[in-house]
Each structure stands twice: as C-alpha cells, then as structure tokens.
Ligand binder design. Structure first.
Ligand SMILES: NC(=O)c1ccc[n+]([C@@H]2O[C@H](COP(=O)([O-])OP(=O)(O)OC[C@H]3O[C@@H](n4cnc5c(N)ncnc54)[C@H](OP(=O)(O)O)[C@@H]3O)[C@@H](O)[C@H]2O)c1
Length: 310
C-alpha cells in the first residue's frame, strides 16, 4: 500500500509518500480501507518531535488519528462489525495513523460513520468532536442555560464546541477574527468577539465555563471572565493562578481519548442535523505536506482532510 511516513522529526518536508506493508489485524482489531484522514494540530506537533516525552513513537511513523473508511477485514473475536461496514474512528495515537491506504484499529475504538456524511466529512469528525464533547460535557459538565466562552470558535475543535454547547441550550460566546464572525454565529454562537480588535476579558464577565483551545496568554487572561465557582477547561498546558482557590475557580485539562460510544452519539446528532462538520480544505494523500503547511498557519476554518480514495 501507499502511506505517508516520517523517518525523522522535522518540518513538512519530512513527510514522504512511499510504499509500506499493509498492516494485518490482530484479535479484537479491524483492518480499514482508508477513504479519508483528518488532519489535526497534534499531527504536526508529533512530526516536529514535540510530544516525544508523552507518546512513544517508533520511526518510521505514519501520522493521522482521524479516519473514515470501509472495514476490509476482521481480526479474531470481532463481532460488532462486518466486512463492508462504513466506519470512522479516532485511533490510538501510540500506533501508526491514517495517512495511508489501510490502517488497523482496535474494534472498540470504531463506530459506524454518520449515514448522512461522505467520507471526507466523516473523517473531519472524530478527534475534534470527541475533544469538544469530553471537554464541555465530561470535564466541564456544561448544562442548559449556562454561559460558556469558547476560544477559537472557527477552528477544528471550536466549531464543534459551539454546535454542541448550542445543542445543549447554553449561551455561547466565542472568540474569532472578524472574517469568521458570521460563520460562528451560524453555528450557534450568541456573541462573537473579534480577538484581533477587542480584549475579550473586557467584553466577557461571569461565565460558568471557559473552553480554552488556545493556551498561553489567552488562557491566563481567561480566568478573570469566570464567575465564582466557574470552571476553565483547557486542551493545552494548564497553569492555575494563585487566587483560584479563593475565587472558587475550578479547572481541568483534557487529552482526548478514543470513545466509540461517544462517536455513535455524535453520528446520531449529525444525522439529526444538530451538528455539521465544516471542511475548509481537502488535499490528496500525497500532498500531506501542503495540508500541514496550511494547518500550521493557525487560521483554518473548520477542518483539513486528506482524500485517500477518489
Ligand atoms: N488536548 C487535546 O486532546 C487536544 C485535542 C485537540 C486539539 N488540541 C489542541 O488545541 C488547539 C486547537 O486545535 P484545533 O484543531 O481547533 O486548531 P485549528 O483548527 O488549527 O485552529 C485554528 C483556528 O484558531 C483560531 N485562532 C487562532 N488564534 C486565535 C486566538 N488568539 N483567539 C481566537 N481564535 C484564534 C483561528 O481563527 P481565525 O482564523 O479567525 O483567527 C482558526 O479558526 C491546538 O493547539 C491543538 O493541538 C488538543
């Protein structure tokens, strides 16, 4: 099969399109014919070698932990799927990813893909949508009527977070550049703050939850927007200020986990028209380096996806 390999850590030029042995499913695993693979910031962070302390990877490595495709072969003891099922998954990041014609995934991490989506859009869902779900609902316990500040609402994670919080009937405030203001409002944001012209902490007060998808200085400035007992959930490194206990501020760090049950729930919401993946750019598999350069610009609208089958 063809796959994108990295043989060393570095810039987009270390992504090589080359021949690779087709993987074989073990017990409890399935072989998926990849039709499309989502591209996420974690891919370029791993490509640059930034996560070496956290996840052990053996080189050569295939990146890409968002997949949509068709089950080609079942390993022993897999009964919940059959050959030919159209599925999607966020596979284990410690293993080879989906920038390839085939991938082996644990069956427990796989769900049937939303019927209303093509493979390109299905591949845009798992990692980002699970991140938003696990942050808002599992860690943040967001409830109907609560006020939530979602940073980078136009991005891969943010555009799902807005839709999920809106579906939950929360009041959604989001940060974005002005060119994406109409886009985030159409997704369900009640308020869109242009972070390039306004300091969001001057415009937002008393939120129940901040969902931090930017980190650093944006995270630091976010604490003051929380009400007493509010929670800041971050998917970037978390630094809790000294005054947090006396303000009653709570916090949580989320690192997205595979979750087939949540993917099944997401498919129901998508097929019911409650959540819609937005794909900003599609590149053919062999142009993965162009996809990385585009994503690293930091201004993608929605998701970038690699097309593996035409
Ligand atoms: N811990 C985890 O499990 C986990 C999971 C997923 C992602 N992440 C991390 O979370 C981050 C976001 O991921 P993503 O996939 O959403 O990235 P992304 O799609 O690349 O985010 C791009 C978006 O960020 C917006 N943006 C950039 N700077 C901003 C700022 N200062 N304020 C508000 N919006 C800003 C851009 O909007 P404009 O074009 O309008 O500027 C653009 O729409 C990444 O660092 C990623 O590695 C962590």
């Amino acid at each position: 099969m063809k796959a994108i390999h990295i043989h060393q850590f570095g810039g987009p030029e270390v992504l090589h399109y080359e021949d690779a042995p087709c993987p074989v499913p073990d017990a409890g695993e399935v072989l998926i014919r990849v039709h499309a693979a989502g591209v996420n910031p974690v891919d370029w962070k791993i490509r640059e070698g930034r996560l070496q302390g956290r996840i052990t990877h053996h080189l050569p490595l295939t990146l890409g932990w968002d997949v949509a495709g068709i089950i080609e072969q079942l390993g022993a003891a897999v009964s919940q799927f059959k050959v030919g099922d159209a599925v999607y998954a966020r596979p284990d990041m410690a293993r080879d990813g989906a920038y390839a014609e085939y991938i082996v995934v644990r069956a427990s991490e796989v769900a049937l893909k939303p019927e209303s989506l093509d493979f390109i859009h299905a591949a845009a869902v798992p990692l980002s949508a699970l991140t938003a779900w696990q942050s808002l609902f599992d860690a943040g316990k967001l409830e109907q009527g609560q006020r939530v500040l979602i940073h980078a609402g136009a991005g891969g994670v943010g555009h799902y977070a807005i839709q999920l919080a809106h579906w939950k009937s929360a009041h959604v405030i989001t940060t974005t550049s002005a060119r994406n203001a109409d886009f985030v409002r159409a997704l369900g944001a009640a308020e869109a703050i242009d972070y390039t012209g306004t300091r969001f902490e001057d415009a937002v007060r008393d939120v129940d939850m901040v969902f931090d998808t930017v980190g650093g200085e944006v995270q630091q400035r976010s604490w003051q927007t929380l009400k007493k007992d509010g929670i800041l959930v971050s998917i970037l490194a978390l630094t809790v200020p000294e005054e947090a206990p006396q303000q009653g501020w709570r916090s949580a760090y989320v690192f997205v986990q595979p979750n087939a049950a949540q993917l099944t729930r997401m498919a129901e919401l998508i097929d019911a028209g409650k959540v819609k993946p937005v794909v900003g750019n599609v590149f053919p598999l062999h142009e993965a380096s162009k996809a990385h350069t585009a994503l690293q610009s930091g201004h993608t609208r929605g998701k970038i996806v690699l097309r593996v089958v035409d």
